[in-house]
Design a protein around this ligand. Structure first.
Ligand code: GDP
Length: 297
């Protein structure tokens, strides 16, 4: 496993002066270790560099408080700076879904956890906010994906739009919009088709759907374990479709969560939720504090 950053820094400071203020040299040496820790946690190199620079200015000249060792002190400074960088929305779990029926567009690559997250989020909106939710699958290429959403809906007690073979994604989106209005739904969620990688046809299709429903939220669902790839996917989707937030899945895995920092720093988009398992209640609001702790190990 990864070496704990606190321990590693203690080692560094054991070799350094332990009194007075942190000198520029002390901080530099310590931050070299921090940089390694960030890279091990899968933070991208440019993001790690920028971040270290920011922390360096902050840490230099800070008095070493007697109660804690310099190592712990640097860890705290780095931890706080991570939280600061990761923090996006005031309340990431609060979606803009007033003015019913509010459309939520779910986008992402195939296998990232989009359908599962659609179900989890629908359940959350129903259980925690008492919303009446309608889900619709726009994956006309994979009948199994449509069935998957239907099965999830039945399992969590959320309605799904009846499947009509032969319709285009835009047809289905229009039908969902109409059904949501007629049926008195608060929210309708559109689970778009994913691809193994980004392609023009996919993007055009999602754009067309977006233009038909004008989503209140467009959430990108990406596998948090894919690190830099997740960030590139987010940049592409944001450039073409415009996303309002990100859901990082598989954060129950043993990755260190550095993708979250890169995601936030590179795209500027807030991480709204994290997926923590396959079950329908394994979705949590994004907490910068928790991810910061995890990145530092
Ligand atoms: P989609 O192709 O993007 O719709 O992906 P799916 O929703 O079908 O998910 C693909 C696989 O990932 C399924 O086996 C899910 O159960 C699993 N999965 C989704 N989210 C998570 C998560 O947060 N943690 C774990 N461990 N598995 C997840």
């Amino acid at each position: 496993m990864f070496e704990n950053l606190s321990e590693r820094l203690s080692g560094v400071f054991d070799r350094l002066t332990k009194q007075g203020a942190l000198s520029e040299e002390d901080v530099k040496t310590a931050l070299r270790e921090v940089r390694v820790a960030l890279l091990e946690a899968d933070v991208s190199l440019p993001v790690a560099r920028t971040f270290i620079k920011k922390v360096q200015d902050q840490a230099t000249g800070q008095a070493v408080t007697k109660s804690i060792t310099p190592g712990q002190q640097v860890v705290k400074i780095v931890h706080d700076a991570l939280v600061d960088t990761l923090r996006g929305e005031e309340d990431p779990g609060k979606l803009k879904i007033d003015n019913p029926p509010a459309p939520i567009l779910m986008v992402g690559l195939q296998g990232g956890g989009k359908t599962t997250t659609t179900g989890k989020l629908a359940k959350r909106l129903k259980d925690k906010e008492g919303k009446k939710v309608l889900m619709a699958s726009l994956d006309v290429y994979r009948p199994a994906a449509m069935d998957q959403l239907k099965v999830l809906g039945a399992q969590i007690g959320v309605d799904t739009l009846p499947i009509v073979p032969g319709q285009t994604p835009v047809d289905i989106a229009k039908r969902a919009k109409q059904q949501a209005a007629l049926g008195g739904y608060d929210v309708y969620m559109l689970d778009t088709a994913g691809r193994l990688q980004i392609d023009e046809v996919l993007m055009k299709e999602v754009e067309d759907v977006r233009d038909v429903v004008s989503p209140r939220e467009t959430l990108l669902v990406v596998d948090g374990l894919t690190g830099q790839v997740a960030v590139e996917v987010a940049e592409e989707f944001d450039a073409k479709i415009g996303i309002s937030g990100v859901v990082l899945t598989r954060m129950d895995g043993d990755g260190r969560g550095g993708a979250a920092l890169s995601m936030r720093a590179v795209t500027g988009k807030p991480i709204r939720f994290v997926g923590l398992g396959e079950k329908m209640d394994a979705l949590e609001t994004f907490e910068p504090d928790r991810i910061a702790g995890r990145i530092l190990g």
